[in-house]
Design a protein. Structure first.
Length: 140
């Protein structure tokens, strides 16, 4: 994974998690509307026969396709979060704390270095090396 992607995911992790939850709500909503049946015939059978005759059947199939698309998007986001978490787990505690303060909590290096009892340049170096480590661990 590229360093820019890692920084982006760290900076936006809470928003990505919120997006995952929203996708699940959309999936649940669409699955709730699946109570409309298609004349006792499975979706797969109906799709294969190409004899979709009414709007209810068409809507049910559209919902199924939407659910599949949403589930794929959700799985992709969940995988990205798991990969970032895996990369963070591989770091030393000090490296992890600096990345969290800088990218997750959106603090400046000045503040982060004071909290970590180090100078600003050392803090930047530790953060850069931690991102480098993560990019080696999290491969595409």
């Amino acid at each position: 994974m590229r360093k820019g992607e890692i920084k982006y995911l760290l900076q936006n992790k809470k928003y990505i998690i919120a997006e995952i939850k929203d996708l699940q709500l959309q999936i649940d909503d669409l699955n709730g509307s699946e109570s409309v049946s298609i004349s006792g015939v499975s979706y797969e059978e109906r799709i294969k026969s190409s004899s979709i005759s009414n709007a209810t059947e068409k809507q049910a199939i559209e919902n199924l396709l939407k659910v599949q698309t949403l589930e794929l998007e959700k799985k992709s986001l969940e995988t990205s979060i798991k990969r970032i978490d895996n990369g963070m787990d591989a770091l030393e505690e000090r490296e992890r704390e600096i990345l969290i303060m800088k990218y997750v909590e959106h603090n400046k290096f000045t503040y982060t270095s004071r909290k970590m009892n180090t100078n600003e340049e050392s803090c930047k170096t530790i953060a850069r090396r931690a991102i480098d480590k993560m990019s080696l661990i999290i491969k595409n």
